[in-house]
Design a protein around this ligand. Structure first.
Ligand code: UT7
Length: 328
């Protein structure tokens, strides 16, 4: 069977209006603007309104992506929402989004791969294009991390925030395509970043709420070291698979967890920071949505042109990781 190449035909993103600065955080926990900037690179982040859930952010990003791709909601064949902060445990945020968009009764599901969610969705979506099963797929990464952030924990509350990014996948009619894709997971690191309660292991109770177990817990330092190593490895694998080197890359879009992680990775693999898209200074860590928002920004700011080789690399809870190389 001849496989069909996938093209991203449009992107969109949305970040909430409310800005939370490092100075604001100084009034909430024992931290400083200087520490946050120096240790993470983050200056400010966006926080969703009380009435904004993941599907609301997803909806706004999706509308923009469909407009950019000149696709109507009736044309969609599948919706994948990558998120660790769904509207509810179930039903899937993708089903809620389908209804909001007025799409047909098409397949929709949520994908939980933490910060790697957008790249997992891109890779999975492209398999349905490859076989000819579907023609138009909406992939969305939408996070409301402020809802699982412990605003009393300075180890995490300075890092995470809210936002969404979306893309439309369609069969490619030119040279635009996914050159190579590598996804991985290492469950031995499952304990490094998690929300302990609210699932079947530790259902919600007065105790779990009192113990603040519905908030994100992170062993930041251990994750940091693993992130640098795993991101560098996944880059090398995807470049090898695509028969390319770092010199061929026009733009590197990494997951935006920490500027020090990104700098260490670029140094290790020989990529230049000039060719690296950064938005964590403005948005912090958006988990699955970081790369999706960054891609949309880069396109809208005309930093990406036809024929460019784009490298995406991610790392996150699970531990999950991935690297996708594509020709725009
Ligand atoms: O999205 C994927 C998942 N997340 C990540 O990949 C995050 C990866 N990790 C990181 O980005 C970094 O580890 C952090 C930014 C979380 C922490 O930076 P670090 O350089 O690894 O700091 P550390 O955890 O080793 O802590 C150094 C010190 C500690 O104080 P002591 O024990 O040395 O006295 C912390 O208590 O910094 C302290 N600290 C803070 N100080 C001021 C931790 N958070 C803060 C804070 N403000 N917000």
């Amino acid at each position: 069977m001849k496989l069909i190449e996938t093209q991203i035909t449009g992107t969109g993103s949305y970040v909430p209006r409310r800005i939370l600065t490092n100075a604001d955080l100084e009034n909430m926990v024992d931290t400083s603007d200087e520490w946050i900037r120096a240790r993470t690179g983050i200056k400010e982040r966006r926080i969703a309104d009380k009435n904004e859930a993941a599907s609301d952010l997803a909806y706004k990003a999706s509308i923009k992506a469909m407009e950019a791709a000149k696709v109507t909601s009736e044309e969609l064949d599948m919706i994948i929402v990558a998120t660790i902060t769904p509207d509810m445990i179930f039903p899937a945020t993708a089903c809620i989004l389908q209804e909001k968009l007025g799409a047909r009764k098409i397949v929709g599901f949520d994908l939980e791969a933490a910060c790697s969610g957008f790249l997992y969705a891109l890779s999975i979506g492209s398999q349905f294009i490859a076989t000819g099963m579907y023609n138009t797929i909406l992939i969305v990464a939408a996070e409301t991390l402020s809802r699982i952030t412990d605003w009393k924990d300075r180890n995490t509350c300075v890092l995470f925030a809210d936002g969404a990014g979306a893309a439309i996948l369609r069969p490619s009619h030119g040279s635009s395509r996914i050159i190579s894709s590598y996804l991985g997971a290492d469950g031995s690191g499952a304990d490094l970043v998690k929300v302990p309660a609210g699932g079947s292991r530790l259902p919600a109770s007065i105790e779990t709420v009192k113990n603040r177990q519905h908030y994100m817990k992170m062993k930041g330092n251990e994750l940091f070291k693993k992130a640098v190593k795993m991101m560098a490895q996944t880059i090398e694998i995807s470049l090898d698979k695509g028969n390319l080197t770092t010199n061929d890359i026009n733009l590197f879009i990494p997951h935006q967890a920490n500027i020090r992680i990104i700098k260490a990775v670029t140094k290790r693999v020989g990529l230049s920071m000039d060719k690296t898209w950064i938005n964590l200074d403005r948005y912090g860590n958006l988990s699955a949505a970081s790369i999706a928002v960054a891609l949309d920004e880069a396109i809208r700011k005309k930093r990406i042109k036809r024929g460019d080789k784009i490298l995406f690399t991610t790392f996150g809870g699970g531990i999950t990781c991935g690297s996708i190389l594509l020709e725009w």
